[in-house]
Design a protein around this ligand. Sequence first.
Ligand SMILES: [Zn+2]
Ligand SMILES: [Zn+2]
Length: 296
Amino acid sequence: MPVKDRQHPLDGSNGQGRLLLRTLADTHTHTARCGHAGGEDEAYVLAAVERGLGAIAVTDHLPLYWLPEEQRDPTLAMAAHEFPRYVEAVLQLGERWRGTIEVLLGVEADFVAGAEGQLGELLSRYPFDVVLGSVHWLEGWWVDAPGSVARYRRGQEEVDAIWDAYTSTLIQAARSGLFDVLAHLDLPKKFGFRPSRPFAGRLEEVVAAIRESGCAVELSSAGRRKPVGEDYPSLEVLHALATAGVPLVLASDAHAPAEVGFAFSELLRTLHGVGVAQVHLFRRRQRLAVPLPAPC
Ligand SMILES: [Zn+2]
Ligand SMILES: [Zn+2]
């Protein structure tokens, strides 16, 4: 796991405000390759340049490795045979844009309890800059699929049970040592179904597990575009993470080029508000700290 913390080489190197903004990365973006996002690779990079970002991580979904071939929905993730081509394409993109913006090779990988070995083997094949860990799949169903809303509608007792099961899996994901960043930490709130208490009363346990794991957590603006209408994680959870010194990264979870860097100035304001002085990005799975610029 990456634990080294060093300064980004661009920090304040010419004293211009724009350059300070250019130290920021959008650490979570998807392309058309996923089957449910729009836009080609180049359009995302161009959007990141236009927003004045210094780096963009392309983090398409890892093939659904734990499911039998016939159960792998092509609208959720790329097929296994596309994966090497994906890696090659993002590396080439990085070459083409060198000197203008840094393109980081990332992937969003599902954590599935019991399939850690399989995942570790897949991740070890390629030179990733950043691996996002997500819990979308919970004991045979998708936490965040529109088709799962009926399950949340069964009542608060069921909602709390879902959160409890999600929390157990999330803690396992943190402890697995497979991930650099945990994505959309409080994902089961997506459709607006909240637990009686954060993480079914296990917030402290979650924060302690993450702190011990060395994983970073993303502050993601994606939740603003979902029924819940707020960032992942919630302010209360973010405050607990920040207080515990958990490293944070900025993420849009863009599924269209126009969403790259989505609401980042508001994310900066939120981070300032909880007393965070730096954010992070990952290069070759090493964590780099960058001072938080003033909100713009
Ligand atoms: Zn996700
Ligand atoms: Zn994503």
